[in-house]
Design a protein. Structure first.
Length: 513
């Protein structure tokens, strides 16, 4: 295999690869999302030779597409059509430089202390309290300029949520987000054309490059090289963006390997590498989600919902009941999936969009578990997951609360999005059916981009894949740094937590590499 070494501090793209090649590094990081980018930056800053690998391409603002269908097809795995079996649910996972940070809504939420108390006691973690992680949260927050969303970019859609919560005595607050100079354009999900969102491709990755990190995109890692207690790097193929066709072979030899490919891709990669790091039998197991349920409310007057931070107001008041409430907006093409009716009726509902707000709830479905398994000839996983009946009740409860908030804010009707019930509800009295409706999983229109636990952290090597520093049990130099290491779903948006954990892992690695 020929040597085709890249220069320090550059991003390589598909057209740059003309033959098979090898690279050498102190550390190879697989995955350029929030966690992988933090690790790459911290290690490069410490003077180590870092190669950061990403399967997807980089995007510039000129390449963003406001059309939701086109955007999802270009930036998400399996063209935005990835889903679970068992209980059907779409799963939105990015494949691009910067990972999910390019297309998420920039929400940076710290879980309350009781979440980490549960993690620590259930999973034998001695150093993963909220107090342990706060310095790492602080470091990431300072780097990205994370701050509460200001009033002038909230827009009516978000402020009506606050108004409804206030009327009902429900605590709510502006969302902390990793943005600088947000204009409230509501385009987070299709890529921020204003470049206000501090996604990894314009924040951590360029800074890592300043310290010499090499960023190689359009590379599909297909195996981890290793024998015994040590690994020696990764290998795979160059992959063409969008088509998925593979070409040249590559190998990156490294003294340390950090897998940050995501909660789905990392366990599949381990399984494809001879069932690596799986003496516990936990790789690909314990899959958890935050399934999201969206509710629409139509107001008497126009609220110009396209304006305002995409998801800029939230309520954490119900976390101990198992759900979090938040505002949202999305491209009409994506909203159509959640709207009832077809043909003329659907067109009429689109005519109401200027008067419509969309709010959603994410549920902590701890009882709903699944598995991720490798396919024979593909790196796309088989994902099986079943929504537990008790968790379904939690989701229905969250929909009822959202309906109450809508009516308290002055909505004239609510679209609950629950199969078997009326498409529209015009009063609190009509919404009371949500209290005790005999709901089934197929009655809910739900999706998720928050995925956890498939390589979980546990103090007991027989019950988990990694230790508290993210190092695989039984290995000297193999780490995992993505949401797969969460022992349990975190009840709030996970990006800031996975970055805090990655920052802690990087500090540990700096001392060892």
């Amino acid at each position: 295999m020929s040597s085709e070494a890249s220069e320090d501090g550059e991003v390589r793209v598909f057209s740059d690869y003309t033959r098979d090649f090898e690279e050498d590094a102190d550390v190879v990081v697989v995955g350029s999302g929030p966690s992988g980018s933090v690790v790459a930056y911290e290690l490069a800053k410490a003077g180590h030779k870092v190669v950061l690998i990403e399967e997807g391409p980089p995007f510039t603002p000129q390449e963003f597409r406001a059309d939701g269908n086109i955007s999802m097809a270009r930036t998400m795995r399996e063209g935005g059509l990835r889903s679970t079996t068992g209980t059907f649910m779409p799963i939105l996972q990015a494949i691009c430089l910067g990972g999910g940070s390019l297309i998420n809504s920039a929400m940076c939420v710290r879980p309350p202390a009781f979440i980490f108390d549960e993690w620590s006691t259930r999973y034998e973690l001695d150093h993963t309290t909220r107090a342990d992680l706060d310095p790492h949260y602080d470091a990431v927050s300072e780097f990205l300029g994370i701050a509460p969303t200001p009033e002038d970019v909230q827009g009516p859609r978000n402020l009506l949520f606050r108004q409804g919560c206030d009327a009902l005595g429900i605590a709510s607050e502006p969302v902390d987000r990793n943005v600088r100079g947000c204009r409230g354009s509501g385009e987070c999900f299709s890529g921020c054309r204003a470049r206000a969102k501090q996604s990894m491709d314009i924040s951590y990755i360029p800074e890592a490059m300043k310290f010499g990190a090499r960023v190689l995109t359009s590379l599909q890692v297909q195996g981890v090289l290793g024998e015994g207690r040590r690994v020696g790097g990764v290998e795979g193929r160059v992959v063409e963006p969008f088509s998925g066709r593979t070409s040249h072979a590559f190998r990156v030899r490294a003294r340390w390997v950090v897998l940050a490919a995501g909660c789905m891709a990392t366990p599949v990669l381990l399984q494809k590498s001879g069932n690596l790091a799986n003496t516990s039998g936990q790789v690909g197991r314990n899959l958890q989600f935050h399934p999201g349920s969206a509710v629409a409310g139509v107001f008497p007057e126009s609220i110009d919902p396209i304006f305002g931070g995409t998801q800029s107001y939230q309520s954490l008041a119900f976390l101990e009941e198992g759900f979090k409430l938040e505002t949202m907006w999305s491209a009409p093409a994506a909203l159509a999936v959640r709207m009832p009716g077809v043909g003329t009726e659907l067109v009429q509902r689109f005519g109401e969009l200027p008067r419509t707000a969309i709010w959603d709830a994410i549920a902590s479905t701890h009882r709903s578990l699944g598995t991720v398994k490798a396919r024979f000839r593909s790196l796309n996983p088989v994902i099986r997951w079943t929504l537990h009946p008790e968790d379904i009740k939690v989701m229905l409860r969250s929909i009822h609360v959202l309906a109450q908030i809508f009516f308290a804010a002055g909505a004239e009707k609510v679209l609950p999005g629950v199969g078997g019930l009326a498409d529209e509800m015009h009063s609190l009295e009509e919404a009371e059916v949500l209290r005790d409706y005999a709901i089934r999983s197929g009655d809910l229109v739900t999706a998720s981009s928050h995925v956890f636990c498939t390589t979980r952290m546990h103090g007991d090597p027989a019950q988990g894949v990694v230790d508290e520093e993210g190092r695989c049990h039984g290995y000297d130099n193999l780490y995992i740094a993505d949401t797969g290491i969460f022992p349990r779903c975190p009840s709030v948006n996970p990006m800031l937590t996975v970055m805090a954990l990655a920052h802690r892992q990087a500090q540990s690695l700096v001392e060892r590499v």
